[in-house]
Design a protein around this ligand. Structure first.
Ligand code: ADP
Ligand code: MG
Length: 360
């Protein structure tokens, strides 16, 4: 069903994205590491899940945001091992794989369930065994880290251990491939550090794919198809909805779901904005805790005060005599979080729905 709030998993549920699916396949054939970015709720997780489910590969998926939340901001190897264990449990049902898993230090298998002794278990050892398994079967083993920018909270060195492991795998394990997604594009780049000469991943070529919002036409078609699927007759102009929500499919889905219970376009739209307002508040809580400047700057940009001087004046008028370097770093962080983008010396909010919420 198109209007469902969880990420899609099968081709039939996925609207459009043919080009992205074939691009992803192409990139994975060339590069051991593929980085998929795009705004929040644009459909990254869905795209990749469908790809993984529909292709002749082995895979495991790690939701790094979940990992971050369950570890209260400091991810240890224990936390990661626990999620890896859950994933291995899912794939241990593949008969041939369980005999390989047995060879990994720290892993024991009872029936079809996998147990990991975290003290003995090493990710690098697991990757080596998975490489042997994949090579033998002439397939790839794909490790998918969703919202991977949170890996910078792994260990005590900003995720350095993971970068080292990735570099090792990149150079030595050709059948183990990685997909990283990130809604916070700058933060993801900060974690991967492929442009930093001191980083283990420096100089490794990677594939990049950006998932874009749907065009106006496609968004309309998406809504039309979604309502058709539910046999819902629509008596209003769908383009009104797309104008307000733009082509971010997560919002269109939310509208569809709200409409189905409320049967009123304006009320459903209102519900989308109020639901998102709560979600954004949660998503922005981290930076608003750090400094009230972030919210002031975001709100100012949303109402059109979008130049450097303009923003500085706003803060000064509030008695906050921010230095140039501090304001620079506030704006840089907001850009790294993909909340703000810069276009010809003006800043703007990347997401139309967030922009409207900030204006209210
Ligand atoms: P992201 O990972 O970019 O935040 P998700 O994949 O979680 O986005 O998608 C957000 C919402 O949009 C979910 O409800 C999902 O089911 C829906 N969705 C995403 N892509 C599609 C698509 N191509 N067709 C139909 N629904 C989609
Ligand atoms: Mg996602």
């Amino acid at each position: 069903m198109l209007f469902s709030s969880t990420p899609k998993a099968t081709r039939e549920e996925l609207f459009d994205r043919e080009e992205e699916l074939s691009e992803l396949e192409k990139l994975l054939n060339i590069y051991p590491i593929v980085v998929v970015t795009g705004l929040r709720r644009v459909g990254k997780s869905s795209l990749i899940r469908v790809y993984l489910n529909e292709h002749e590969n082995y895979f495991m998926s790690i939701d790094v945001r979940k990992l971050y939340e369950m570890s209260f901001g400091n991810i240890s190897s224990l936390h990661l091992t626990r999620l890896v264990g859950e994933e291995l449990n899912k794939i241990s049902k593949i008969e041939k794989l369980s005999s390989f898993l047995r060879k990994i230090r720290g892993i024991s298998i009872h029936g079809s369930s996998v147990e990991i002794d975290a003290k003995q278990f090493e990710l690098s050892d697991m990757f080596e065994k998975l490489e042997a398994f994949a090579a033998k079967n002439n397939k790839n083993f794909i490790v998918f880290f969703d919202e991977a920018q949170y890996l910078k909270f792994y260990g005590a060195r900003g995720g350095e251990e993971i970068r080292m492991l990735l570099a090792y795998s990149y150079d030595n394990l050709p059948h183990v491939r990685f997909i990283f997604t990130g809604s916070e594009v700058g933060m993801l780049h900060d974690f991967l550090k492929f442009e930093d000469p001191d980083s283990p991943l420096y100089g490794r070529a990677m594939g990049f794919l950006t998932v874009k919002p749907f065009s106006f036409e496609l968004s309309l078609e998406f809504l039309r198809k979604g309502f058709e699927e539910l046999e819902e007759k629509i008596d209003f102009d769908l383009s009104e909805v797309v104008k307000q929500l733009d082509g971010i499919v997560g919002y269109l889905v939310l509208f569809g779901l709200k409409y189905m219970t409320m049967k009123n376009k304006d009320k459903a739209l209102q519900e989308v904005f109020s639901t998102m307002s709560v979600l954004f508040e949660k998503e922005l809580s981290e930076i608003t805790k750090r400094s009230p400047r972030y919210m002031t700057v975001l709100k100012s940009i949303a109402i059109g005060i979008n130049t450097w001087t303009g923003l500085k004046n706003v803060l000064h008028a509030r008695g906050d005599f921010v230095s140039d370097s501090r304001l620079f770093s506030v704006l840089e962080t907001l850009q790294k979080l993909s909340l703000v983008e810069k276009f010809q010396d003006r800043y703007r909010i990347t997401d139309q729905v967030l922009e409207r919420i900030l204006r209210e």
